[in-house]
Design a protein around this ligand. Structure first.
Ligand code: GLV
Ligand code: MN
Ligand code: MN
Length: 433
């Protein structure tokens, strides 16, 4: 247990203002029913009907509370509670409502609904706030549809460049660039969604851990210090489609076998760099498409999606260079053509030390044991950290499972996380950060 002696700030928390646990869990369940599928899975891919319905649910709830709603052009939702100084920079709290394909109920959703419950509690108790507070739902945090993560928060942070969008398309071939154009967001006005940093005081995000550490250490809360960021790229392998019965084994240019070799190599290289002292690099080939994809033809084309992450930029870059070298070697030896299409390259993001301190104080004020930890998963906080002091709280995920229908967190941990989020919002709105 990492606890330190109580700082003077700790006594300023308001243990008398408590969230309504039943209401919190009721709303969380209500959102989870949108996109519910087999085996309790939830699918709300960005810009799908289900995802839009979850956003409508949130807007409805915000309206009932009486928040002032602002929806930007891409669909990020901001529900604002005014403070006594309306011109003061706002404290934002939230996460995302979109999910991966057949994901769980908690990833992102819990952070949005907890922020909603916090705002509702603040309003009910008429808690005096110096700064305004905004509940936020960012669009498209998940990369499952377009391979492009934290879309809404990246636009708000002014972190999207035109070339980032070029290679992003879904399995049906719909281009992200075209979808954005349909929303009035063209290459040349990407920056129009950027939020003026002077309008922001802090960003706070509550999220499930999506990993096994908190459960293993029996801690109900994680205070996050930094977020690992991905380098993502597609690899297109062009071999030659051929008759599977007549083409001799030594005359084939099988794109799938080259892809399989590369997949195993990504695993091997990342394993060699997976220790903490080597940057704890992880790498995944998460999607593979082949053509023609029939039983009686040698595959002529393969397309892989590669995701490499670390909390150390240099370690991640080293691994990416090794993977690229392996790609060149496979291409030469197997006489296939290989193209690499970059999707995104981001640096790991440290979270704000003052916000980390504030979050620790909030835990200590309620005598809650916590773990100081990095995040292996990406979050909207990593974009928001570029324009405002940002911090994150984690709660345990059962068996560390996430992006899976088995994703689960205990109701008491969810309530505790939401309560600490509320405490942190009040402190961030009323105190100097
Ligand atoms: C977000 O879920 C990620 O892929 O890290
Ligand atoms: Mn998430
Ligand atoms: Mn996720």
């Amino acid at each position: 247990m990492r606890m330190k002696s109580q700082s003077p700030n700790a006594v300023r928390s308001r243990p008398d203002i408590t969230i309504n646990k039943r209401r919190l869990l009721r709303d969380l369940n209500a959102v989870s029913r949108i996109g519910l599928g087999d085996h309790g899975s939830v699918t709300r891919l960005v810009f799908s009907i289900k995802e839009l319905r979850s956003r409508q649910f949130l807007i409805h709830q915000m309206r009932q509370i009486g928040l002032q709603i602002n929806i930007d052009r891409i669909g990020n939702i901001f529900g604002r509670l005014e403070g006594s100084y309306p011109k003061a920079p706002a404290v934002l709290a939230g996460s995302h409502l979109d999910t991966v394909l057949q994901g769980g109920k908690y990833d992102g959703t819990m952070g949005v609904i907890a922020a909603l419950e916090a705002a509702r509690t603040l309003k009910e108790h008429n808690v005096p706030l110096r700064s305004p507070v905004e509940v936020v739902c960012f669009v498209g945090e998940e990369s499952s549809r377009f391979g492009f993560s934290t879309l809404g928060s990246s636009l708000v942070a002014g972190e999207v460049r035109a070339e980032d969008l070029t290679n992003a398309s879904d399995v049906q071939g719909a281009k992200l660039e075209d979808i954005l154009a349909g929303l009035g967001i063209h290459r040349n006005n990407l920056l129009s969604l950027r939020r003026d940093p002077s309008s922001l005081k802090a960003y706070l995000e509550l999220h499930i851990e999506q990993g096994p550490i908190l459960e293993a250490r029996r801690k109900p809360i994680g205070v996050v210090t930094s977020i690992a960021a991905p380098t993502r790229f597609k690899v297109i392998i062009i071999g030659q489609a051929d008759h599977s019965g007549t083409t001799p084994m030594d005359m084939r240019k099988d794109a799938l076998v080259a892809a399989a070799e590369l997949t195993v190599a990504v695993e091997g290289i990342c394993r060699q760099h997976s220790d903490m002292d080597k940057g704890r690099v992880v790498g995944t080939v998460g999607a593979l498409k082949i053509e023609p994809g029939v039983i009686n033809a040698v595959p002529g084309k393969a397309e892989l999606a590669v995701d490499v992450r670390s909390i150390t930029a240099s370690a991640k870059n080293r691994v990416v260079r090794l993977v690229e070298a392996k790609i060149r070697e496979i291409a030469l030896r197997r006489k296939v053509k290989i193209k690499i299409l970059p999707i995104r390259k981001e640096d790991p993001v440290p979270l704000d030390k003052r916000v980390v301190h504030l979050l620790r104080d909030c835990c200590e004020a309620r005598e809650i044991p916590y773990e100081i930890m990095p995040s292996g998963a990406g979050h909207d906080a990593m974009q928001m950290a570029k324009i405002t002091p940002a911090g994150m709280l984690f709660i345990p995920s059962r068996r560390g499972i996430s992006h899976n229908p088995l994703e689960w967190s205990a109701p008491q941990d969810i309530s505790l996380g939401a309560q600490l989020l509320l405490d942190a919002i009040v402190r961030a709105a009323n105190e100097k950060i």
